[in-house]
Design a protein around this ligand. Structure first.
Ligand code: ADP
Ligand code: MG
Length: 304
């Protein structure tokens, strides 16, 4: 086993004993290309645009966190946001269902359309926006209530109380959790494992029949088996939903996403750092034939 130091980049890529970093890198790239190749070369073709972003920027108390974002998010595809920490992935995701409205000092400029309608126009009800565009967070955040009441929560809030039990069951089935919990729907959600809690949060988001589901690193707090289940679930859900998923795990993006958006941090002469969208393309293209050298450096692991 070769000695690894903190500064040895191969140590982060789990180089196997004796294998040089270059060989390991080539191997992982070939693997990534193979994984990404399972997605179509032009998955967006013929798919309507659900969310349109035109020159979108978000700032906090006057400091820009991300700017100049132009992209279309297409129906029933999975779109991944990848890029280094701090490049504005979460910030941008929150702007897609007006969650930034809840953050004091946050300001969104540019134009975001949802099925062609300006999401931020006067008269648009942010509560209705969030019913149609649901969100799942990095850490599972079930309410300290029963499993049933967690899923029923949004239904009650939005007055969708007819067939409550059927709706809860449907959402739990969609989130691949029903079989594990149907005998203990009245137990506390907090008694579930981390992976089950995250699937419960997905069920809670699905119960109110959204059209888009935003997921911010939904598996980052989970073990590999629970992560696999979330990835399988995402693959299943995209038949019915439009999904945007933030991930810091490139393999995960290659596995689950039809389209991938790579963000980076632009550092101004003043030292100000701001996130920018570098490239948005079909996943297979972004991982195998990136058009921008910054994307290439990131996906090949030469830049972290
Ligand atoms: P990422 O998700 O890509 O790691 P974030 O969107 O969390 O990036 O952060 C982008 C930038 O915005 C960072 O500089 C971060 O410090 C800043 N930021 C994020 N959330 C807030 C907030 N609630 N208030 C102020 N600054 C924030
Ligand atoms: Mg984030």
């Amino acid at each position: 086993m070769q000695t690894m130091t903190e500064s040895d980049p191969s140590s982060e890529r789990g180089t196997a004993g004796g294998e040089s970093a270059d060989v390991a890198l080539a191997r992982s790239q070939a693997q990534m290309a193979e994984i990404a190749a399972q997605h179509g070369a032009a998955p967006q073709e013929g798919k309507p645009v659900v969310l349109g972003l035109e020159n979108v920027a978000v700032s906090y108390s006057g400091h820009q966190a991300v700017r100049g974002v132009e992209m279309n998010i297409h129906k029933t595809l999975v779109t991944a946001f990848i890029g280094p920490s701090g490049c504005g992935k979460t910030t941008l995701l929150r702007s897609l269902n007006r969650m930034n409205d809840l953050i004091p000092g946050a300001e969104v400029t540019g134009r975001i359309t949802y099925h062609g309608h300006d999401l931020n126009a006067a008269g648009v009800d942010p509560v209705e926006v969030r019913r149609r565009i649901g969100m799942v967070f990095q850490r599972p955040n079930p309410f300290p209530k029963s499993i049933f009441d967690n899923v029923a929560y949004g239904l009650r809030l939005h007055g969708m109380k007819d067939n409550l039990h059927d709706r809860v069951e449907k959402a739990l089935r969609q989130a691949a959790l029903w079989d594990e919990v149907h005998k203990r729907l009245r137990s506390s959600a907090l008694s579930l494992s981390g992976g089950q809690q995250q699937r419960l949060c997905i069920a809670r988001a699905l119960a109110i029949e959204p059209d888009v589901v935003l997921m911010d690193e939904p598996a980052s707090a989970l073990d590999p088996i629970a992560t696999q289940r979330i990835e399988d679930l995402v693959a299943e859900l995209k038949n019915d939903y439009t999904i945007v998923i933030v991930t810091h795990n490139m393999q995960q993006a290659a596995r689950v996403a039809d389209m991938t958006a790579f963000f980076s941090v632009d550092v101004a002469e003043s030292g100000a750092r701001c996130g920018i969208l570098v490239e948005h393309a079909p996943t297979v293209e972004l991982f195998t034939r990136p058009s921008d050298e910054r994307t290439e450096a990131y996906v090949t692991g030469r830049f972290g």
